[in-house]
Design a protein around this ligand. Sequence first.
Ligand code: SF4
Ligand code: SF4
Length: 356
Amino acid sequence: MTNIGSFPLKWVAWETTKKCNLKCIHCRSNADASHFDTVDTKKAIELMEKVAEFARPVFVLTGGEPLLRGDIFELAKYGTKLGFKMAMATNGSLVTDEVCEKIKGSGIKIISLSLDGPGAEAHDNFRKQKGSFDAVISAAEKFRAHGIEFLINSSFTKRNQPYIEDTYLLARKLGAKAWYMFIVVPMGRGKGLLDELISREDYEKILKWHYNMEIKEHEILVRPTCAPSYYRIFAEEQKKSGNNSDRRKLSFSPGGGKGCVAGQSIAYISAEGDVYPCSYFTGPGGNIFRQKFSEIWESGLFKSFRDYSDYKSRCGVCDYRNTCGGCRARALIYDNDLKSNDPYCGYVPASWEAVK
Ligand code: SF4
Ligand code: SF4
């Protein structure tokens, strides 16, 4: 097993299927009921073995809805046998007592559940399915009853932005191990949401709210996902207040001490086997069925994610460049240049003023 330099692969998510029983507005996979599994069990095992030749990361079975794959627990067991820390991301709608037993039997260590609002109105509207909120609540209760650890991922656009705090409070009440807040990146079906994406000004305010919430939160782990400039806000707020609190870590978290970790400690594998630096980056570095994982991890694309020296615009001169890094996926989507500025960050570095 090899693992390259100071950028070891710690977390990988595989899109097990594009099939889904929901049709959520932001889905990066464009998943719905019309899809079929792209790879069969034999190919899926090949895929896992090729990752295992390289590293033993947290391995997330995602989708679409992974519970729609008939062989999902066979694959989870195989991943456990290979030495991965297995995890699964589900919309929660297919969770029964029998599924919980199978989760435990397969060695899956943690589940991530999607919850996009504190009630049926907000969540079902986002997920485009009546009853999906009730299903998440029921899934969380079943996980608790069966002693299965779970975290909650919540995605936000303007339509459910007013419910951010209440969604966090509900995740807490449900007994989640962690709550990850995610501001939607326009990818997949999310490309249709350009008009309702949270504004840059509100993004900054939301991250400040998150900071004030996080420093008081001692029970569950909270983290904004794919909001690299939170690392800048965290540092600024700590400096202002003289506070110096340590951030807690969840062992299944993809992050390290840096905002954007795409291609540095994480990777995403699509249903077709294309390997991307992260789930929201639009170009792959290679295909796992045609190459070794190590070749992709060392490809020019992946390597460019580890070189912060040629970032451009405000990110290029920013004092937080090495700890934040800006969202490269958003830079590519908005500026067609992965090294460009993170369009969601409003920070103007002092040296930017000097450059201008
Ligand atoms: S300018 Fe770029 S590197 Fe600096 S805080 Fe904003 S996103 Fe991060
Ligand atoms: S590029 Fe953006 S979406 Fe991808 S891991 Fe980095 S912050 Fe997240």
